[in-house]
Design a protein around this ligand. Sequence first.
Ligand code: SF4
Ligand code: SF4
Length: 327
Amino acid sequence: MVFCVNWKGRGWAMEQLLVLSGKGGTGKTTVASALIELLGVQACADCDVDAPNLHLALSLTGAERVWTYVGLPRAVIDRDVCTRCGRCLEHCRFGAVTGEKDGFRVDPFACEGCGVCEAVCPVGAVRFRDVPAGEGRLVSGDRVFSTARLFMGHGTTGLLVSRVKEELAGEIPEGMWAVIDGSPGIGCPVIASLKGARVILAVTEPSRSGLSDLRRLVDTARTFGGRLGVCINGSDVSARLTGEIEGYCSQAGLPVWGKIPFDPSVPRAQQEGRSVLSASPAVREAFSGLADTLRRVLVETDDGEQEQSVQTNLKKKEKTDEDRRSQ
Ligand code: SF4
Ligand code: SF4
């Protein structure tokens, strides 16, 4: 088994181990960084484009390429052409057009680029302009790392996440696994993260909101297929709530792939810029257990695909033989 991405055009035929959490602050990135180290992963991406921080937990060396992400074009009003009829202001559903003493203008942060103002303008005073909405980084060294950050006030995070994966896939050979640190929640960036993920690790914590968010995440992730399992971070903080999460997982047919006890040496290691695996022997052991389980899951997933491909080939051969016999 090799760790990188098998990218087939935009069909998202990728080998991805995706780490997700229903909300921020559950330790998703900590888990992802530990797995990248322990599994010896050579390709990884941080798809939390609203608040990327996986790079802080990894030692990254090599050439860096920075790229600009252009989101949806935003409207601008050419004041030399505008006759101040006010139609655009009247029809803009997003309140992005303002009428001022010296003319009409569009607030670029409120504009959704829907094009209505352009359609209703009688004199063609509305133009569309590409606006940088984010910035991406691709680091190619011993390990290939892709990430991006969204600029303030911009949306289309799903497209940006897709671009992050596309950049990673374009840099590495086919047939390997990549670890993807996804976004928290269940919105557009998570949907884009989920596309093509073969194995999904949902990180949760023993709290009421942790369980509630896990349920929503599982409902979302299951619509995409992929093999799904759970990691309970800080599992010893509440034995009762950890038990409730395990009960839910059992009912939902979800394996608990790992339980990581809370250890104050973890935030200390992170504050000092050290690997989380250096925090304490107990922490390393807990993450190693999770990594061992995931290694088995990835091997089984690979084997499952090979078996499927063998079965498909056998069926094709049987059909060809049958056709020949009937001729
Ligand atoms: S493009 Fe749409 S959102 Fe933007 S100013 Fe025009 S009508 Fe409003
Ligand atoms: S619809 Fe056109 S002409 Fe009328 S205010 Fe808007 S930009 Fe100006």
